[in-house]
Design a protein around this ligand. Structure first.
Ligand code: TYD
Ligand code: MG
Length: 452
């Protein structure tokens, strides 16, 4: 009998090793290696992608931007870059119970209502459970076919037979290909199943949505490998204890990345939030020290967010820097600049920073907002509630120019703000500046002089 060749694979990143290892040399995770069979990938076989096509000059290839299907949910279309592209594979990741199945059921229900045949394949829930969720969401279209199955061969057969206009696989970790002996959810299975589904999508032009689970530490389980293979990765941010859900496009081959869609979870499903700026500012405590509003660019649109700081004298030798929604190191750096350049004593203070509404922001334009917020809490003086602040801060305490000034100012004006504090040097065409009073600052000293 032919001996089966095996190797050990990291279940987090897919790193291969001939023997078992405690710590993965590639992703530094502990205890993630499991034994799996290795097969030489047959290029003509299911896992190898081979189209047998001759090279074509690029001007002869037919592709139409209008080939996108709209989902009927504007925020979803936005994160997808304008609708579902034929033959695309989209990975939807997020914590358990955050609403992945709900969102996709709503999307496919909308498509089914437009007389498109849809196949919803679940390996996690029974058809009855899906029906119960469907009742809450009002999903009752004849064109929406539900299949409970985990065997990949049978799934591929069904997709080929039915040839639907879109397929949902809920979830990729439950899918099982009999060519591999390892259990569903292992890296080998996930990779094999996705490779076959991706190939199928590319060959048939049927868009496929894959639901992917997230591990305790927040990465999409196993399929780090998967993120490279699929066209689009959508990820649920925030946590399921709040009513809102933010979906971010972490990767998108057909649209801008970092685009977000904002939804609210109600008892009849996810309802889109059309005006996220208003949404993130609803509970702003006006006149409270430490609260400041910053127009941040998420993907292609500006969204006003509120940054809150709490700066307190520390009780221990080591001051704490705890941040939610902004980078911890960035805050430590800005605090050090404030100490050195403006004579603050933040090194003896605990700093807590929160971005209201569960948003995550990582663009440098929020620097100035973070500084203003920390200064306001430290001095216990509120910032005028009609003012927005944005700009990048350098290590010498200088305020640097940022991109897309105009649309930020316009969004702030639209939301009723009267004044903005902006970097002195930023390319802009000036038309937006007529909408509100713009105060230009070139250093942190100037900012503080103006604010307090
Ligand atoms: P679900 O889509 O099953 O999450 P996932 O597939 O990501 O694990 O969402 C489950 C949660 O959503 C559950 O806590 C109940 C809540 N929910 C509502 O609040 N309203 C609804 O209409 C539905 C269908 C679910
Ligand atoms: Mg689910």
């Amino acid at each position: 009998m032919k001996k089966i060749k095996t190797a050990f694979f990291c279940q987090n990143c897919g790193h291969q090793s001939p023997k078992w290892l405690g710590k993965c040399p590639s992703c530094d995770e502990w205890n993630r290696f499991a034994e799996e069979e290795i097969r030489a990938i047959d290029p003509a076989g299911p896992a190898g992608i081979q189209f047998n096509e001759a090279p074509l000059p690029i001007d002869e290839i037919v592709a139409d931007e209008k080939e996108r299907m709209t989902t009927g949910i504007a925020e979803m279309d936005r994160v997808l870059g304008g609708g579902i592209v034929n033959g695309s594979v989209t990975l939807v990741g997020g914590d358990p119970g955050i609403g992945k199945s709900t969102l996709l059921l709503q999307v496919v229900q909308n498509l089914a209502e437009k007389d498109l045949k849809i196949l919803y394949i679940s390996g996690e829930e029974s058809a009855k459970q899906i029906k119960l969720r469907g009742i809450r969401l009002g999903a009752s279209s004849k064109n929406l076919l539900v299949l409970v199955e985990i065997d990949l061969d049978s799934i591929v057969k069904h997709i080929k037979e039915i040839s639907p206009r879109a397929v949902v696989i809920d979830s990729i970790q439950t899918m099982y290909s009999p060519v591999l002996t390892s259990a569903p959810g292992s890296v080998g299975q996930v990779r094999e199943s996705s490779a076959r589904l991706i190939l199928l999508a590319k060959k048939t032009g049927i868009p496929i949505f894959l639901v992917g689970h997230v591990t305790k530490d927040g990465s999409i389980a196993g399929p780090k490998v998967l993120e490279h293979m699929v066209d689009t990765v959508l990820y649920f941010e925030g946590d399921s204890s709040h009513a809102y859900r933010i979906i971010r496009a972490m990767k998108n081959r057909f649209g801008p990345t970092n685009e977000i869609g904002v939804f609210e979870m109600r008892n009849n499903g996810l309802i889109e939030v059309a005006n996220p700026s208003a949404f993130f500012l609803t509970e702003r405590p006006e006149g409270a020290p430490g609260s400041v509003v910053v127009p941040s660019i998420e993907g292609t649109r500006p969204i006003l967010i509120e940054i809150q700081s709490l700066v307190n004298p520390t009780n221990f030798g080591m001051p704490r820097r705890t941040t939610i929604g902004v980078d911890n190191n960035r805050v430590a750096l800005l605090a050090a600049v404030m100490d050195k350049m403006c004579g603050f004593r933040l090194s003896g203070h605990d700093i807590f920073i929160n971005v209201a509404g569960g948003m995550k922001v990582d663009e440098p334009a929020v620097d100035l907002g973070i500084v203003a917020s920390m200064a306001s809490s430290f001095l216990d003086k509120p910032i005028d509630k009609g003012t927005v602040v944005f700009g990048e801060v350098g290590l010498a305490g200088e305020v640097r120019g940022i991109s897309q000034m105009d649309i930020r100012i316009k969004e702030a004006a639209r939301m009723g703000f009267r004044r903005c504090i902006i970097p002195q040097t930023s390319s802009r065409n000036g038309s937006a500046e007529k909408k509100m009073e713009c105060i230009k600052v070139n250093s942190l000293k100037k900012l503080l002089e103006y604010l307090f």
